[in-house]
Design a binder for this molecule. Structure first.
Ligand SMILES: *[C@@H]1O[C@H](CO)[C@@H](O)[C@H](O)[C@H]1NC(C)=O
Ligand SMILES: *[C@@H]1O[C@H](CO)[C@@H](O)[C@H](O)[C@H]1NC(C)=O
Ligand SMILES: *[C@@H]1O[C@H](CO)[C@@H](O)[C@H](O)[C@H]1NC(C)=O
Ligand SMILES: *[C@@H]1O[C@H](CO)[C@@H](O)[C@H](O)[C@H]1NC(C)=O
Ligand SMILES: *[C@@H]1O[C@H](CO)[C@@H](O)[C@H](O)[C@H]1NC(C)=O
Ligand SMILES: *[C@@H]1O[C@H](CO)[C@@H](O)[C@H](O)[C@H]1NC(C)=O
Length: 514
């Protein structure tokens, strides 16, 4: 049901002065109950205010904003640096600004490395490779032209420069995946004078990776499937030559983008309940499910929360640069002083709330492996799905979204999702409906992640759960583990280091780096 009663007669100081091309009447903030004392927030009341119609109106608005990216990208996108992303930031900012003094809103600007690959090709012998995928943030080949050379197999996994025979100079290094980040392998290849590098998988599949933080020594680098690499390695093993042509036209630039943070002016500022979604999409598409859905869920919960009073501060974040490797959330967490870090009692991540072939997924966060409180949050999600009579599943809490910087810096975290490029099992088809054998989100990171790529049923369910999480902790943190003042309570380095990985963590964002 549309809350038409709330829309009528809305008056917001200064609203007429705002330039908001995308705000329709029905999109606007609900009317505020004047200066009447507001009831303390409660979960069922906040959940009742969530409607699919209001979510979908915002999804359509976001798609119109993504079209601003067409100038530069020839298709809708909200990737950082695009007009679609700038429009998204404006939309989020103005929507919160319209809620009046309920929130204190701020922009946090940060530098972000943005890479684009315009064209690429890898020819092995006389066949064009099918699985070759340029690494994220790869530099182009020399002069953005094809380069030619022999494939030279590197010893071990190419983590030491001594693994690289002198013959790689002027040729193309072929390196096995494993042990160290792709960026280290590319750097070693570049230092030894290779004109390009190919990292092949130890598994059959391809490698969709990223080089991470750019280095002057990086060379143009591809990932290659184990299946395609096998016959090549066999030939090289017999002493036969295999030549290759590598071509990457790409750019890597540093731009400035920003996080948007909105914090309630009421509520105990020493005890903040924090939640986030990411405002950016990948370059390939408009990102309405990823993560337009989470961004809009947060906007809607922030809007409806204004009808209530809170005991604890609530802080909403819309991160930028998530798709480039969690840049915005990392920047935010690593910039916090120890005192500010301690004020965040927990962080809840809401990335992809409405996948068309969804499962109700809960990050399997535990107090044994993560900061204390992560498990209590996980259990809050479990109990809610149970209370609704809904099934749920656990997914690894492995660094693929913006919670990563928080848990690395001692802040309890968790979240829910509905699935990306994973494949739905037969059992999950019984539990959630949809189609077994297909991706949870068949349009993941593609052009078709548009307004048609959301399941409204799942989106409403999960937005109500977000409302429940906010209402529960904004009302009281009683029984929720206190932040401990141990060694893990604040950042020990000023930024995320790719070398921070351990053997369990293969992701930092959506791309593998190791
Ligand atoms: C919020 O609630 C507290 C007590 O629960 C009350 O003192 C305060 O006036 C309320 N604030 C608003 C804006 O209603
Ligand atoms: C929750 O809030 C609603 C509306 O403000 C109120 O009617 C209801 O009694 C409250 N429930 C609880 C458990 O406080
Ligand atoms: C913050 O960013 C938004 C969106 O990019 C912009 O509209 C707004 O003017 C900025 N506000 C400040 C105070 O810089
Ligand atoms: C959740 O993680 C714990 C360890 O942190 C593990 O023991 C457990 O098997 C996991 N559960 C699921 C369902 O993945
Ligand atoms: C939960 O899963 C079971 C199968 O394990 C299924 O029979 C049931 O209908 C599912 N419940 C809902 C609400 O989809
Ligand atoms: C959303 O999911 C529900 C449950 O699987 C299904 O009944 C419904 O048809 C789906 N809606 C769309 C638009 O796909």
């Amino acid at each position: 049901m549309v809350n038409s009663a709330f829309v009528l007669g809305v008056t917001i100081a200064g609203a007429s002065a705002l330039q908001i091309p995308f705000l329709s009447t029905s999109d606007q903030a609900p009317v505020r109950a004047g200066d009447d004392p507001k009831p303390l927030v409660n979960s069922s009341a906040l959940q009742d205010l969530i409607s699919g119609d209001r979510l979908m109106i915002k999804a359509k608005t976001l798609y119109e904003i993504a079209k601003l990216g067409e100038h530069e990208y020839n298709h809708p996108t909200r990737v950082i640096g695009s007009e679609g992303h700038v429009g998204t930031l404006g939309y989020i900012y103005e929507t919160i600004l319209q809620l009046g003094g309920y929130y204190h809103i701020s922009n946090q600007s940060f530098p972000a490395v943005a890479g684009q690959v315009f064209e690429s090709r890898l020819v092995l012998g006389d066949a064009v490779s099918k699985s070759a995928a340029p690494m994220g943030l790869t530099p182009p080949t020399n002069n953005k032209q094809p380069v030619h050379g022999d494939l030279v197999l590197v010893d071990n996994e190419g983590c030491q420069s001594t693994d690289f025979p002198d013959a790689v100079a002027g040729n193309i290094a072929l390196i096995k995946r494993g042990t160290c980040p792709f960026g280290t392998k590319s750097e070693n290849a570049g230092t030894k004078g290779a004109v390009a590098a190919v990292v092949y998988n130890y598994e059959k599949d391809g490698v969709q990776g990223t080089l991470g933080q750019p280095s002057k020594s990086h060379v143009a680098t591809f990932g290659l499937s184990g299946e395609e690499a096998e016959p090549v390695i066999k030939k090289l093993g017999k002493g036969e030559k295999v030549d290759a042509i590598a071509y990457i036209d790409s750019s890597v630039d540093t731009i400035h983008t920003n996080n948007i943070i909105a914090q309630t002016t009421e509520g105990d500022p020493e005890n903040c309940v924090m939640l986030g979604a990411h405002s950016d999409s990948v370059a390939e598409g408009p990102g309405i499910n990823d993560d337009g859905s989470g961004s809009i869920s947060l906007l809607e919960v922030a809007t409806q929360l204004t009808k209530f009073n809170v005991s604890n501060c609530v802080r909403f974040a819309w991160w930028a640069g998530e798709e480039e490797g969690l840049l915005g959330s990392d920047y935010y967490v690593y910039s916090l002083s120890k005192e500010e870090n301690q004020k965040i009692r927990l962080f809840m991540d809401y990335d992809m709330m409405a996948s068309p072939n969804f499962a109700y997924q809960i990050y399997n966060a535990t107090n044994a492996a993560n900061p204390a409180g992560s498990e209590e949050l996980r259990d809050l999600y479990i109990n809610w799905y149970k209370d609704q009579g809904l099934n749920y599943s656990f997914i690894p809490f492995d660094g693929r979204s913006d919670y990563d910087g928080f848990i690395r810096n001692g802040i309890p975290g968790g979240g829910i999702a509905t699935g990306a490029e994973g494949i739905k099992t037969d059992q999950e088809e019984k539990e959630f409906g949809g189609r077994a054998g297909d991706w949870y989100d068949p349009c993941y990171h593609q052009l078709c992640d548009d307004v048609g790529n959301v399941n409204v049923t799942a989106w409403v369910v999960n937005t109500k759960l977000i409302a429940h999480s906010v209402a529960t902790y904004a009302r009281s943190l009683e029984g929720f583990p206190k932040r401990s003042l141990n060694a893990h309570s604040g950042p020990e380095t000023s930024s995320f280091q790719l070398n921070d990985y351990d053997s369990q963590v293969r992701y930092h964002g959506s791309k593998m780096f190791i």
